[in-house]
Design a protein around this ligand. Sequence first.
Ligand SMILES: Cc1cc2nc3c(=O)[nH]c(=O)nc-3n(C[C@H](O)[C@H](O)[C@H](O)COP(=O)(O)O)c2cc1C
Length: 126
Amino acid sequence: MKFCILMGSPRKNGNTIELLKPFIEELTINNIQYDLIWLQDKQIEPCTACRNCQKDWTIFGCQYSDDMQKIFDKVLASDVIVLATPIYSWYCTPPMKSMLDRLVYGMNKFYGEKKGPSLWSNKKIP
Ligand SMILES: Cc1cc2nc3c(=O)[nH]c(=O)nc-3n(C[C@H](O)[C@H](O)[C@H](O)COP(=O)(O)O)c2cc1C
């Protein structure tokens, strides 16, 4: 069992990481592997709806060579994905939004000429 925690807060000592700390402690106590990815520290370009990711159903397939490929790989290798974000103007933070747009399209090959698979089916997003 592996967890991937995608952290949307820019603040290293903010409220979101405080809320996450007991959760991470439980993972550690239970010997559960996890990655904690601070999205603000990553280069994540916004999606441009080019649909390049819909051409090959076996790979991420995004046109950009930024940090999203590594995040995609980590998510794909995880069983549980945790989205941890403060609310900014009634939604998640900008890096979380950019990441989600890219991930939802890259993972779900539903948006091309034919409907393809979901690469993250059976993963849990509590
Ligand atoms: C630009 C900005 C927009 C925000 N918008 C909302 C909002 O719409 N609703 C809300 O309840 N809190 C809002 N907040 C408050 C944050 O969600 C809250 O302070 C949060 O705990 C910050 O998390 P952090 O300490 O991990 O940065 C906003 C904060 C900022 C900086």
